[in-house]
Design a protein around this ligand. Structure first.
Ligand SMILES: Nc1ncnc2c1ncn2[C@@H]1O[C@H](COP(=O)(O)OP(=O)(O)OP(=O)(O)O)[C@@H](O)[C@H]1O
Length: 235
């Protein structure tokens, strides 16, 4: 199999509500896929299905190998509660716990992994700070560090920039671009920000319960045109 992930005829339903209908596509190592679609089109459900977080009614999700590591930056609200008692190093450390057996303890080797990712993302000075004392852009980097501390081969980001101001947003996109081009990590980015997806992603997957379009970004522009397609919340 020369694909890293193959999704075939995936059907997901919440109760009677059909949310994903025969979704079929594949992802190659090093791809950068922009996953777009209107509110409620099934984007978050699709990434949760890739992560094994929602039950699948029908279809198959095949991974290149059973140990393929995936990092996830979920769609979350940032906090400005400076009393929230979690420090950056603790939050990043959470990313190491899922692979551990009990007792789940952060050891010396883990501390090194935490330091390495903080360095890589240029946030080492934040290591001992409380998350609620950080700016939105800094918090998002910390959550990215948590998703990346285990060195995932595939990084899945669900609307990571929606709470960020435009300049910080651009910096974040550049960082993700670098993680894709320099580190070779596969990226799946859910976004309403069509402009940035077109600028940075290699492929675009347009979802509306089923796959409406999946191809190179350049083909999206020529086959759909900007006016033809309206995404709710588009910047
Ligand atoms: N846990 C759940 N139980 C029941 N219905 C759900 C659940 N999660 C999502 N849905 C419904 O499934 C549909 C798809 O939701 P999903 O969050 O995947 O869409 P989305 O494309 O990510 O939307 P958005 O752009 O608003 O984040 C929506 O109609 C939503 O209301």
């Amino acid at each position: 199999m020369n694909q890293q992930i193959e999704v075939s005829n995936l059907i997901v339903r919440y109760g009677h509500h059909l949310v994903l209908d025969r979704v079929t596509f594949s992802i190659k190592k090093g791809d950068y896929i922009g996953l777009v679609g209107a509110n409620g089109s099934g984007k978050t459900t699709l990434v949760k299905a890739l992560l094994g977080l929602v039950p699948i009614e029908q279809g198959i999700i095949k991974f290149e190998n059973s140990t393929l590591k995936k990092g996830y930056l979920p769609q979350i609200a940032l906090t400005n509660d400076s009393l929230f008692p979690a420090e950056v190093k603790e939050i990043v450390g959470i990313g190491l716990l899922s692979d551990k057996k009990r007792p789940k303890i952060i050891n010396k080797e883990d501390q090194k992994k935490i330091d390495d990712i903080l360095e890589r993302l240029n946030i080492m000075p934040l290591k001992n700070k409380r998350i609620g004392d950080l700016s939105g852009g800094q918090q998002q980097r910390v959550l990215l560090a948590r998703a990346m501390v285990n060195k995932p081969e595939v990084l899945i980001l669900d609307e990571p920039t929606s709470a960020l101001d435009p300049r910080v947003r651009e910096d974040f996109y550049k960082l993700i671009h670098e993680i894709n081009t320099i580190d070779g990590t596969t990226i799946v980015l859910v976004s309403h920000d069509l402009g940035s997806v077109q600028k940075y992603a290699k492929k675009m997957l347009v979802l509306d319960r089923e796959v409406v379009f999946y191809d190179e970004v350049s083909k999206f522009t020529s086959s759909f045109g900007h006016d033809h397609f309206h995404l709710d919340g588009e910047a």
